[in-house]
Write a protein that binds this ligand. Structure first.
Ligand code: NAP
Length: 287
């Protein structure tokens, strides 16, 4: 049976690695803040001392970290992924980063004889726990095929989109749409409330019409209650908007609506809402 590694045990990584363990795979883990390894070690995971050690002990290593800077530090840094990389090993980065970052890491892995796949995920904390994520894969096809059993325990669907960079592009397009929708939704709720409407009435009316959707249905009632318990941290949504706008710049696509929406997330971060759910953009929009 394949030996898996998992690096980055934040909101998403903790749940995804947990599902690999439940599936019975041998798993070695590492997290920068070591205490986050404890729950998984109790469930049978081995704890590596460094990312390099995780890669050395595993056939395929997954990584789920914050952003491009974290993904690069993890790969290129001291005792990082590349130090443990040898011929034919697989490295699958499921973090949300930009295409340039994923291509740079892919090339470095290939130079060491390793295989690289990017597989950013669509879905949040609950789908990660339930094993119903969607994987947006691109890169080494043989590695994709070998990792399908693991994807099946962590997710409900995986797409293979072609050469490295296409997974990141797809993920940023999807999250740019989601971030823009959330900002528009929050503006509507705030405008409605300030003009005397009941927010719950707005949700009920929205839910009967053509723009009813799963996100409004899930997040709306919590936003009305001012409850922003974190599934997707706001700082990561602002990062995704920033990366998508840069992608627009590189591809000659003006992104007026997403650009305007991104300012609401920047404002929310300046107010200290980094670690609240991205729906807390409502608070910044209200103020
Ligand atoms: N949450 C969601 O709904 C969701 C959905 C889809 C995609 N994503 C994406 O998935 C990624 C992780 O999201 P998350 O919600 O799990 O975030 P999170 O809870 O903030 O976890 C971030 C992880 O990255 C690690 N990390 C940060 N900087 C690092 C560095 N320089 N070196 C090594 N490790 C580092 C953190 O380690 P420490 O524990 O030491 O801080 C932690 O394990 C992000 O790219 C996010 O955009 C999230």
């Amino acid at each position: 049976m394949k030996r898996y590694g998992f690096i980055g045990l934040g909101i998403m990584g903790q749940a995804m690695a947990g599902n690999l363990l439940k599936a019975g795979f041998a798993l070695t883990i590492w997290n920068r803040t070591k205490s986050k390894c404890e729950p998984l070690v109790k469930q049978g995971a081995s704890q590596g001392e460094t990312p390099a050690e995780v890669v050395a002990n595993s056939d395929i290593t997954f990584a789920m970290v914050s952003d491009p800077a974290a993904a690069k530090e993890l790969s290129f840094g001291k005792h990082g992924v590349l130090e443990g990389m040898t011929q034919a090993k697989g490295y699958i980065d499921v973090s949300t980063v930009d295409p340039n970052t994923t291509i740079e890491i892919s090339q470095a892995v290939n130079e060491k004889g390793g295989r690289y796949l990017e597989a950013p995920v669509s879905g949040s904390k609950k789908p990660a726990e339930d094993g119903t994520l969607v994987f947006l894969c691109a890169g080494d096809h043989s590695l994709y095929e070998e990792a399908v059993p693991a994807f099946e325990f962590m997710g409900k669907k995986s797409f293979y989109l072609g050469e490295t960079g296409f997974g990141a592009r797809m993920k940023l397009v999807i999250n740019m749409i989601m971030g823009t929708m959330m900002a528009g939704f929050a503006e509507g709720l705030s405008l409605g409330e300030k003009s005397g409407l009941k927010m719950n009435d707005i949700l009920d009316v929205l839910d009967q019409g053509a723009i009813a959707n799963a996100m409004f249905r899930l997040k709306g009632p919590m936003m009305v209650e001012n409850s922003f318990s974190t599934a997707f941290p706001l700082k990561h949504m602002q990062k995704d908007m920033r990366l998508a706008l840069h992608m627009g710049d590189e591809n000659g696509q003006a992104l007026y609506t997403a650009g305007a929406a991104s300012f609401s997330y920047i404002k929310a971060r300046s107010k200290g809402y980094d670690n609240e759910d991205f729906s807390a953009v409502l608070k910044a929009i209200r103020e």
